[in-house]
Design a protein around this ligand. Structure first.
Ligand SMILES: C[S@@+](CC[C@H](N)C(=O)[O-])C[C@H]1O[C@@H](n2cnc3c(N)ncnc32)[C@H](O)[C@@H]1O
Length: 239
C-alpha cells in the first residue's frame, strides 16, 4: 500500500504512540547495531534507537514517509533507504532486524510473506534476531461503527471505522480527518489503510518454514500471549 497520501496524517496521529519504544530500544542495546527497520515509516522507532548512538538502516518505500522520517532523524545515525521488504538486497547483515507497529500487515499474500522472509533470512547475521509486533485480531472492532480516535491542535478531530473481510483476513480502517475553522466551516479528508491480519499459528508456521525459532509475547513487557493481549509480539532467531 502506498503511504504517500497519508504520510502527514500518519505523522500527526501516531507521533505520540510510544508503547513499543522501550521493547525495541532494549533489543537494540542487547544485540547492537546496525539495526535494520523494515517499513520504518516516519522514523518513530528508528529515531529512538539511533538516539542511543546505534546505526539504523530505515527501509521505507513511501517517498513522503521517508522525507518526514529524514526530518525526524536529522543529525542521528539513520540511513534512509528506499525499498520494498519483499525485495531486500542490502548486501550486508544485521544483528537485529525489526518490523514494528504492524509493518508485516502489508504482506498481503503468501508470496509476499515468503519473499520478505527469504530476504530477512539472508540479511540476518549469525545469532541475530528478528523482532516484530502485529495486531491481535481478537480486537477487531464492530463493523462500520464510527469511533473517536483523537483531537489535535487547530481544531482537528480524527474518527475511524473499520471494515473487516474475514474470508481474506483483510482489515480496512477508514480515517475521517475533520478540521473545523474558527468560522465553523468543516473540511473533511478521508484515508483508508488496508491491512492483512494474521493469526498466531500462521505466523508460527511462517517462521518455522524458514527454520526460525521464536518466542511469542502478548505485549511489549514480555507478558504471555492471551486473547486479550494488546498485540502479538514475536522475537525470532536462526537455529
Ligand atoms: C503501520 S506503518 C509502521 C511504521 C513504523 N514502523 C512505525 O512503527 O511507526 C507501516 C509502514 O510500512 C511501510 N510498507 C508498506 N509496504 C511495505 C513493503 N512492501 N516494504 C517495506 N515497507 C512497507 C509503509 O509505507 C509504512 O510506512
Amino acid at each position: 500500500m502506498d503511504y504517500d497520501p497519508i504520510a502527514a496524517f500518519y505523522a500527526l496521529n501516531y507521533a505520540h504512540y510510544t508503547d513499543d519504544l522501550e521493547f525495541y530500544t532494549r533489543l537494540a542495546q542487547d544485540y547492537g547495531g546496525p539495526v535494520l527497520e523494515l517499513g520504518a515509516g516516519t522514523g518513530r522507532v528508528s529515531r529512538a534507537i539511533a538516539r542511543q548512538g546505534l546505526e539504523v538502516v530505515a527501509l521505507e518505500p513511501s517517498v513522503q514517509m521517508r522525507e518526514l522520517g529524514a526530518e525526524h532523524t536529522k543529525g542521528l545515525p539513520v540511513k534512509w533507504a528506499p525499498g520494498d521488504m519483499r525485495q531486500l538486497s542490502l548486501r550486508r547483515k544485521f544483528p537485529l532486524i525489526i518490523a514494528p507497529f504492524n509493518a508485516f500487515m502489508h504482506l498481503y499474500t503468501l508470496e509476499d510473506q515468503d519473499a520478505a522472509m527469504a530476504g530477512i533470512h539472508k540479511h540476518l547475521g549469525k545469532g541475530g534476531r528478528l523482532a516484530f509486533d502485529l495486531y491481535n485480531p481478537a480486537h477487531i472492532g464492530p463493523q462500520g461503527v464510527l469511533q473517536h480516535e483523537g483531537d489535535y491542535k487547530g481544531g482537528v478531530s480524527v474518527f475511524i471505522h473499520q471494515q473487516h473481510e474475514a474470508a481474506v483476513q483483510s482489515l480496512n480502517t477508514h480515517y475521517l480527518v475533520d478540521r473545523v475553522s474558527p468560522k465553523g466551516t468543516l473540511k473533511r479528508q478521508t484515508f483508508t489503510l488496508t491491512q492483512r491480519y494474521f493469526t498466531r499459528y500462521e505466523i508460527e508456521r511462517w517462521l518455522r518454514a524458514f527454520g526460525l525459532r521464536y518466542r511469542l509475547f502478548g505485549g511489549f513487557h514480555h507478558q504471555p500471549y492471551t486473547a486479550e493481549a494488546p498485540v502479538m509480539c514475536f522475537l525470532a532467531w536462526q537455529k
